[in-house]
Ligand binder design. Structure first.
Ligand code: AMP
Ligand code: MN
Ligand code: MN
Ligand code: MN
Length: 285
């Protein structure tokens, strides 16, 4: 790809497999990305790198570029923020230890979610959610949501989040994830680039977003998702301007979880605006 304008590379640097809360195996996810025209692909499971070897093999077979990644759950004040680690060494011991610690509270949290759901008449939700979790250690609200849709209590995954699983709703359990500085430190220590995922998803006003980015940059963070499948199309300009103002590189990712739940299909994202520098332009691929 040398010589080509990096902006024209069809990059998708944010996706999930059954190793966290996605619905496809890593190899099937990569095959779907290749079929969709993705040329540079990152698997970024939540707090877990166990799918990267299978995904890398599949990418080599499909002849697409592969970027090893992870999406770390971070608590920043009262807000949960997701930080992508892109182009990481998945064997770095400090990163692995940090991810293991970040995952460790999930089972207890899931049991508490189930107790609270039981109180509103949704019984046996822990067992139900576990049935959707390819990796029990990564049991997530997304697995509860799929179960609650399947038993007919809600029409869609996003409806379940609105009714039961978001702050203020009966199945919500506050949780302390990794510290922002620690997550960025683990990523950088593993040779990776830290990127703020889907900035449009956080309940932060403009001042709060600036404070988050300032703390992120001070910790060594380098990029922000300007194009995200979790954003509306008209949000790109806002995050491109934030990237420029804070000197951040720009990333592009679908946040694909499942063929049935995706907002955007693999390979079909809008291009990055011309005013920002792609995060992948600094990597050799
Ligand atoms: P957890 O890490 O267990 O808190 O689960 C977070 C995951 O739930 C995210 O990574 C998304 O996959 C999913 N999620 C969060 N909010 C929503 C929403 N409003 N609609 C659909 N899925 C959501
Ligand atoms: Mn997810
Ligand atoms: Mn996320
Ligand atoms: Mn994600």
């Amino acid at each position: 790809m040398t010589g080509r304008d990096p902006r024209r590379i069809n990059a998708d640097l944010h996706s999930h497999s059954v190793v966290s809360d996605g619905m496809l195996a890593p190899a099937a996810l990569v095959a779907r990305a290749a079929a969709g025209g993705v040329e540079l692909f990152a698997l970024t499971d939540h707090d877990e790198v166990g799918g990267l070897a299978e995904a890398a093999d599949a990418a080599a077979r499909c002849a697409i570029g592969f970027v090893p990644g992870v999406e770390i759950s971070v608590s920043w004040g009262a807000e949960t923020v997701h930080v992508l680690g892109l182009n990481i060494d998945p064997e770095n011991p400090v990163l692995l230890q940090g991810l293991a610690a970040t995952r460790s509270g999930r089972d207890a949290r899931a049991r508490q979610i189930a107790r609270q759901l039981d109180a509103v008449g949704i019984t046996d939700a822990y067992e139900g959610a576990l049935g959707y979790a390819g990796n029990p250690a990564m049991i997530s609200r997304a697995h509860f949501a799929r179960h609650i849709v399947a038993i007919g209590r809600s029409a869609s995954v996003s409806d379940v989040f609105g009714r039961y699983l978001s702050p203020g709703r009966p199945g919500f359990v506050p949780h302390r994830w990794a510290e922002l500085g620690d997550a960025v430190h683990w990523i950088r220590g593993a040779g990776g680039t830290a990127v703020i995922a889907h900035p449009g998803r956080y309940a932060l006003d403009a001042l709060g977003m600036d404070a988050l980015i300032d703390a992120f940059v001070a910790a060594g963070g380098a990029g922000i998702e300007v194009i995200s499948g979790a954003h509306a199309r008209d949000e790109a300009a806002r995050y491109a301007s934030l990237a420029r103002r804070h000197g951040l590189l720009a990333s592009r990712g679908s946040d694909f979880h499942s063929p049935n739940e995706g907002h955007v299909e693999l390979g079909a994202l809008a291009q990055l605006p011309a005013s920002v520098e792609p995060v992948w332009s600094r990597w050799a691929h």
